[in-house]
Design a protein around this ligand. Structure first.
Ligand code: PMV
Length: 328
């Protein structure tokens, strides 16, 4: 796969430093389950919105000796959950370019806590290597390269709404994300920080476990197909209620699949449920706010900017992000 992307390029004259920032993204229609684990090929399409300014800054340079990797200015220790994956990726690239790398990753979001840090991480690496080697890869090729590190990273190359098509080819060359044309300046994402500690089960293992043991998972591809059609319709017509209802239902359906795995995979904490109940109660009282949840206890809310003050009055610690820039 990397060979198809990179072997025809010239790697001989890298510049001194490559760098790039990649934002993270939040899936409104989730990716959960793979058709190929080695290539991170998903079973279904998924759809996300990018969070500008929140993510990973990557710096990359050629190393004299072995690869060295640091995260937030500290050397990555071999027992870090990302150590193996990051080294495997760099080794695979070295097999083509013949270089070892110095890689520095700086995050402005919590790492491995269900805030999609792996999405911005692997997208920033693909972009920084492209900068270092002046490969001039297309956005589709960068999306594929980012995907090899972590599936959701495929959706962190371009801003806005991104649709990652599962594709059908066994080499994964048709499995990349593309940006949807809709801009929605009034749309807000609110991060509800419930717990920033490292999650117990990585999405990689959690996904496999769900796929292997959950009876409900059999209906997941059908759920995604239905939700994706509803979501695309909601985005095209800027129908906020349809977007919120579909995103929330899709996230709950993914967690239902996890809950029915054996043993159950539960990412929520008591406060997660408490906040979900508060959001639903507020909605019942007329405040249009919905949530989504990934492989961690934290929640991401969606609402429109006209309700920002009302939302903040209930959740004063919420971080509010404007995926399309602020409308005010
Ligand atoms: O890219 P991964 O392996 O971290 O998986 C991401 C899984 C979810 O965040 C739960 C869903 C998604 O589509 O981002």
């Amino acid at each position: 796969m990397l060979n198809t992307l990179l072997s025809h390029l010239n790697h001989d004259h890298p510049v001194q430093n490559g760098q790039a920032f990649a934002h993270t993204n939040i899936a409104l229609i989730k990716y959960w389950g793979k058709r190929d684990t080695a290539l991170n090929l998903p079973l279904t399409d998924s759809l996300s919105v990018g969070l500008p300014g929140y993510g990973t800054q990557a710096h990359v340079a050629i190393a004299d000796g072995a690869h060295t990797i640091s995260i937030n200015k500290s050397p990555l220790s071999p027992d870090h959950p990302a150590w193996k994956n990051l080294h495997t990726l760099l080794d695979n690239i070295r097999n083509i370019t013949r270089y070892n790398y110095i890689l520095q990753l700086d995050f402005n979001i919590p790492v491995a806590a269900g805030f999609a840090s792996s999405a911005s991480c692997y997208a920033s690496i693909a972009l920084a290597l492209n900068d270092l080697h002046k490969w001039q890869l297309s956005t589709a090729a960068l999306s594929i390269m980012a995907r090899l590190g972590s599936g959701s990273a495929a959706r962190s190359i371009e801003p806005g709404f991104c649709l990652w098509q599962a594709g059908t080819q066994s080499d994964g060359m048709d499995s990349f994300a593309t940006q949807l044309p809709t801009q929605w300046p009034e749309l807000c994402i609110g991060l509800l920080h419930i717990d920033g500690s490292v999650k117990k089960q990585s999405s990689r293992l959690g996904m496999q476990h769900t796929q292997d043991t959950s009876v409900l998972f059999k209906s997941w591809p059908e759920q995604v197909a239905r939700d994706l059609a509803l979501m695309q319709e909601a985005i095209t017509h800027k129908d906020f209620i349809a977007l919120g209802e579909t995103a929330e239902n899709n996230a709950e359906a993914m967690h239902a699949c996890m809950h029915s795995a054996k043993p159950a995979l539960i990412y929520s904490q008591p406060d997660t449920l408490l906040h979900k109940q508060r959001i639903r109660a507020l909605r019942h009282d007329g405040l249009p706010i919905y949530y989504t949840q990934d492989a961690g206890p934290n929640l991401k809310c969606v609402f429109l900017s006209e309700y920002k003050d009302a939302v903040l009055s209930h959740f004063s610690n919420m971080t509010i992000i404007h995926p399309f820039g602020s409308d005010s």
